[in-house]
Design a protein around this ligand. Structure first.
Ligand code: TMP
Length: 218
């Protein structure tokens, strides 16, 4: 069985840069790595991503949003994550079930039981072994995220970036509460330091977890 690592954090926290650096390092060490993301990660889920992040879809209701994230996840887990885990190797996913708890429950206010039910339906038993939470002040994160969107020539995937600061503060608090409740699964890092320093800390921790797993299966 493989090892499943997810990366989480608010907009602009730097997780996409960090997940790429970790993937490069693990590949250089000779490991088989699958790098994927949510929402998306396969053709059908990428189409759902387009609907979810389109800033023109301001009228989307919270339950519609939740169901679309669950639909995208069910396809992505079945088509990408599960097969990659079965082949062994390390699966790295940019956002996963914790994002649904932080955004749709803490952020939008949907009750936690409903979110948990849909997460477990979509995952079919797949759970992250390790979750790297990159914690960041929403003022800093949103500024970075907006700069990135302005510089990009692709579609403006900014439905969430347009949310009020208070929404992003609730999301951040939701993530921190999840991390406090599961300290072994979560590695929380401060996203305001230099990129290389953050990457070195993550790489060190991941190496030690992979070593732990190797001893556990012996
Ligand atoms: P990204 O900017 O990291 O690609 O993520 C896309 C957006 O989707 C981001 O604003 C967070 C949001 N999101 C949720 O609200 N719920 C979820 O379950 C996931 C996976 C993402």
């Amino acid at each position: 069985m493989g090892y499943f690592i997810t990366f989480e954090g608010i907009e602009g926290c730097g997780k996409t840069t960090q997940i790429r650096l970790l993937a490069e390092r693990l590949k250089a060490d000779g490991r088989r790595v699958t790098l994927t993301r949510e929402p998306g990660g396969c053709a059908i889920a990428d189409k759902i991503r387009g609907i979810l992040l389109d800033a023109d879809n301001r009228a989307m209701l919270p339950h519609t949003e939740l169901l679309l994230y669950a639909a995208a996840r069910a396809q992505h887990v079945g088509e990408v994550v599960k097969p990659a885990m079965e082949e062994g190797g390390v699966v790295l996913c940019d956002r996963f079930t914790d994002a649904t708890i932080a955004y749709q429950s803490s952020g939008r206010g949907i009750d936690r039981d409903t979110v948990d039910t849909l997460n477990s339906l979509a995952c079919g038993g797949v759970r992250p072994d390790l979750t790297v939470l990159i914690d960041c002040d929403p003022v800093l994160g949103l500024e970075r995220a907006r700069r990135r969107i302005d510089a990009s020539s692709g579609p403006r995937e900014e439905r969430f970036e347009l949310e009020a600061l208070a929404f992003h503060q609730r999301v951040r608090e939701g993530y921190l509460a999840l991390a406090a409740g599961e300290p072994h699964r979560f590695l929380t890092v401060n996203g305001s330091g230099p990129v290389e320093q953050i990457a070195a800390g993550i790489i060190r921790q991941v190496a030690s977890r992979l070593e732990e797993q190797r001893h556990a299966v012996r």
